[in-house]
Design a protein around this ligand. Structure first.
Ligand code: NAD
Ligand code: UD1
Length: 338
């Protein structure tokens, strides 16, 4: 059992990870400003786990508030999800992204150092890979300048954490490079609840299916892929949550900073996702083809051999499971947590 501080723990991936942490017997302290989530997710997590966690409302940019959490709780390790993630918005208001994602992460590192806590799992993204790499992407491939400011913040924080671990051997840091998280806990009680119009494919598909949006725009059908639409590596959020537990175990007995891909290793096209969603759930998803979205690549999927070999992690869920679980959540919660 360890006492884990989870920044951004009320959000989509954070709430699923809190549930798995509680199931595994850990104590969980969530620190979240609720800017893109609500406490209801944590109320449901505690009901599902039949176990309490501690929730502290606060902002990672607030050093005093963070220091206080470390003083009040004897933290063993931190999983750091807190941050902003809307790609389009990051182009409009880059400074806000630099502030939350980069400055906020630096504040967290400072509070950890002050408190003598040196074990950290960081939410990174496959977006840090250079676009010239050919999938499957492995961790030894070069990173590159991401096409958007959101991705840039992930790359910068990764680099800072690498330098920090090089400079001070007390740090033990996991950089988890997520591919495309989708799905929801099988209960349908927690799931992805984006504010406003979704940017990502999966919530858009489920909102069309539930009648909140008219039709899906498929961005580009002239890529060099199986059917012309973009190919991505969709990973069930519960598999992703479990990767954090595996990374945590690994880091609690290791030093340095290391990156792991978290994906299934399988690529699926947008049309395959839409068609499989319709088959598995028996609901139609109206769509049209639209022009390519700026910044998109044709194909991105993981080589996940390192995570399997070193973390003892293994994804359990198929694309069908992911799409059934996404729909189960959306159907039970047509307006999200509200
Ligand atoms: P999310 O928005 O659901 O969760 C992020 C949480 O952080 C929210 O609860 C939000 O209220 C909180 N938060 C934001 N700024 C904060 C601040 N300054 N202080 C305290 N709390 C703050 O997003 P998610 O999909 O669960 O993503 C979690 C992490 O994983 C993020 O860092 C994201 O960039 C990263 N990530 C997500 C994806 C994805 O597709 N969802 C892919 C790769 C990486
Ligand atoms: C996007 C971001 C990435 C971020 C990730 C998680 C871009 C360029 N990349 O990844 O930085 O880490 O989200 O937040 O924005 N699609 C449609 N119609 C839609 C939505 C998406 O056809 O309405 C297509 C896309 O063109 C892509 C696939 O679906 O081929 C997946 O898109 P998305 O869910 O946005 O994820 P990524 O683009 O992989």
């Amino acid at each position: 059992m360890a006492r884990i501080l989870v920044t951004g723990g009320a959000g989509y991936i954070g709430s699923h990870t809190c549930l798995e942490l509680l199931h595994a017997g850990h104590e969980v302290i969530v620190f979240d400003n609720l800017s893109n989530s609500c406490e209801e997710s944590l109320i449901r997590v505690q009901k599902l786990a039949n176990k309490a966690l501690v929730f502290v409302k606060g902002d990672i940019r607030d050093q005093k508030g963070l220091d206080q959490v470390f003083q009040d709780h004897s933290i063993d390790a931190v999983i750091h999800f807190a941050g902003l993630k809307a790609v389009g918005e990051s182009q409009q208001i880059p400074l806000t992204y630099f502030d939350h994602n980069i400055a906020g992460s630096v504040q967290l590192m400072q509070s950890m150092e002050k408190a003598g806590v040196f074990t950290l799992v960081f939410s990174s993204s496959a977006t840090v890979y250079d676009e010239a790499n050919i999938s499957p992407l492995n961790e030894d491939m070069p990173t590159g300048m991401p096409s958007n400011n959101y991705g840039y913040t992930k790359l910068i924080v990764e680099q800072m954490l690498q330098k920090l671990a090089q400079a001070d051997a007390r740090w033990s840091i996991a950089l988890l490079r997520y591919f495309n998280p989708v799905g929801a806990h099988k209960s349908g009680q927690i799931g992805e609840d984006p504010q406003g119009i979704p940017n990502n494919l999966m919530p858009y598909v489920t909102q069309v299916a539930v009648g909140r949006r008219e039709k899906l725009s498929i961005y580009g059908n002239d890529y060099d892929t199986v059917d012309g639409t973009g190919v991505r590596d969709y990973i069930h959020v519960v598999d992703l949550a479990n990767a954090h537990l595996c990374a945590l175990n690994n880091r609690l007995s290791a030093q340095g900073c290391r990156a792991w891909n978290v994906g299934t290793g399988n690529g699926s096209s947008v049309l395959q996702v839409k068609n499989t969603f319709e088959q598995v759930n028996g609901v139609p998803v109206a769509f049209e083809f639209a022009s390519r979205r700026e910044g998109d690549v044709a194909t991105s999927f993981a080589d996940n051999a390192r995570a399997i070999a070193e973390l003892g992690w293994q994804p359990q869920f198929t694309l069908e499971d992911m799409l059934a679980d996404s729909w189960n959540w959306q159907k039970q919660n047509p307006n999200g947590f509200n």
